[in-house]
Design a protein around this ligand. Sequence first.
Ligand code: NAD
Ligand code: UD2
Length: 309
Amino acid sequence: MAKGPVLITGGAGFIGSHLTDALLAKGHAVRILDDLSTGKRSNLPLDNPAVELIEGDVADAALVARAMTGCSAVAHLAAVASVQASVDDPVRTHQSNFIGTLNVCEAMRQSGVKRVLFASSAAVYGNNGEGQSIDEDTPKAPLTPYASDKLASEFYFDFYRRQHDLEPVVFRFFNIYGPRQDPSSPYSGVISIFSERAQKGLPITVFGDGEQTRDFVYVEDLVDVLVQAIEKPEVEVGAVNVGWNQATTLKQMLQALAAVVGDLPPISYGPARSGDIRHSRADNQRLLQRFSFPPQTPMSVGLARLLGR
Ligand code: NAD
Ligand code: UD2
């Protein structure tokens, strides 16, 4: 691998800051481009001389080109990660979620950086494949601007691969959880919301009957794979689901949470969210073929770490 820092767009956020820690532990230098819209300086070990933070917007092409200078590889994670924000303000989120990607592709082409990993989402499948495990060839049915921007970004990375020899590794994350996931919005990850409320003794609201399922992945398990994607000598074509092929109901997740915190605060059941996907589970054959997925962090351990127990 070429020398030079790994550029992490969105590196001050939840997943990006864990990736920063993991790359530093493996001896990489890291340059972060982040507008700190949801990311935080406090997520980063800024006293480490191997970490550089550039505060700015991935929609600013000149800034992305500058940030790319001298880098060995890129992890493109910067995005407005809230699906609801994209529904409320598609023009604004498109700047980060799509134009940002195009700027990364162009800056790579101009500077000759080849390797990039991209944080796409299970959202590209929409409701297709619901009730079974979803493989990567399942028809795509993006239902929101967020999902459309992710899918369009995937297509652009593929174009730059064919036309300009970029080496993209596209991951479709299922439901990632762990420390530093921001619980402050109603559309934050459900585990971050329930954990915070359990810790503070505040009532918990389940939308629907709690029998809906998700394929939850602890953030450090994901990051292990992301580091491999940066370091791998060769990359294969085609997006890769990141999930355990395990369906956990919200009720089961609440039981696991109760086992960590003791008694849970009152739980109420409200109407299901409109458009909510009932079941989401990754077929992860491709992931297992291409990467060595670490031993699964059990939810009891992941929740305990999240809660600092
Ligand atoms: P996050 O909000 O913690 O991280 C996103 C980071 O991007 C933040 O630090 C934010 O400040 C930064 N950012 C946003 N817009 C920017 C812009 N225009 N310019 C520069 N920086 C910008 O969310 P996360 O959960 O860590 O998500 C990381 C990536 O993974 C995102 O691309 C998200 O869409 C994707 N993803 C996450 C999940 C999940 O379960 N958390 C699932 C699927 C996909
Ligand atoms: C996740 C991702 C989204 C997209 C999508 C792909 C997050 C935050 N969102 O959406 O970006 O990739 O997957 O399909 O990771 N819930 C409650 N109570 C609450 C909050 C949520 O019951 O207070 C329910 C919610 O209705 C849903 C489940 O918990 O049934 C998971 O919700 P989520 O927002 O964590 O994630 P999801 O799967 O909707």
